[in-house]
Design a protein around this ligand. Structure first.
Ligand code: ADP
Ligand code: MG
Length: 155
């Protein structure tokens, strides 16, 4: 399986799902987050941070591009909304290959700089408090990760 979808009805449900993912990610994992403004990308990252055991409050890194948090392993939270496709490389690969987990909001803006293997997460607005969350795994590691999350979600 390389693609599956989950529908959530509340922010809390999205957070629980993301938290579970935060509990099973490993050093060097790369997760991309796509979705319109207000879809829930930052909310998802907050849940993930909880699962990683991050104690600090996670806020949107829109103006800083990258924020780093310490949990069981580091969390590199990026929001590349303000970057343009032609921008100089920011040395992002050092994060992607680092000891933490990278989470990139608006990742398609820098698609050429993304590692080939990653877990793509797309969040769609389906109603005021409902969201469709789609997981697509690229590469073996992410198929395994995605499968484990799907199993948890459908238990
Ligand atoms: P983004 O980072 O994608 O711009 P945010 O995470 O900042 O979006 O904002 C998402 C907003 O949508 C939050 O206010 C959140 O509480 C709300 N929301 C409502 N329902 C859901 C849901 N089912 N899942 C996630 N967020 C939801
Ligand atoms: Mg955001």
């Amino acid at each position: 399986m390389n693609k599956w979808t989950m529908n959530t009805s509340t922010p809390e449900e999205t957070s629980e799902l993301a938290k579970k993912l935060g509990e099973i990610v490993q050093p060097g994992d790369v997760l991309t987050l796509e979705g319109d403004l207000g879809a829930g990308k930052t909310s998802f990252t907050k849940g993930l941070a909880k699962g990683l055991g991050v104690k600090r409050v996670v806020s949107s890194p829109t103006f800083t591009i990258i924020k780093e948090y310490m949990g069981r392993i580091p969390l590199y939270h990026m929001d590349v909304y303000r970057l343009n496709e032609g921008d100089e490389e920011l040395g992002l690969e050092e994060y992607f290959e680092g000891e933490g987990v990278s989470v990139i909001e608006w990742a398609s803006i820098i698609h050429e700089q993304l590692p080939k293997h990653r877990l793509e997460i797309v969040i769609k607005h389906t109603g005021e408090t409902t969201r469709e969350i789609q997981f697509t795994s690229l590469g073996n590691r992410y198929e395994q990760l995605s499968k484990e999350l799907a199993q948890w979600a459908t238990h």
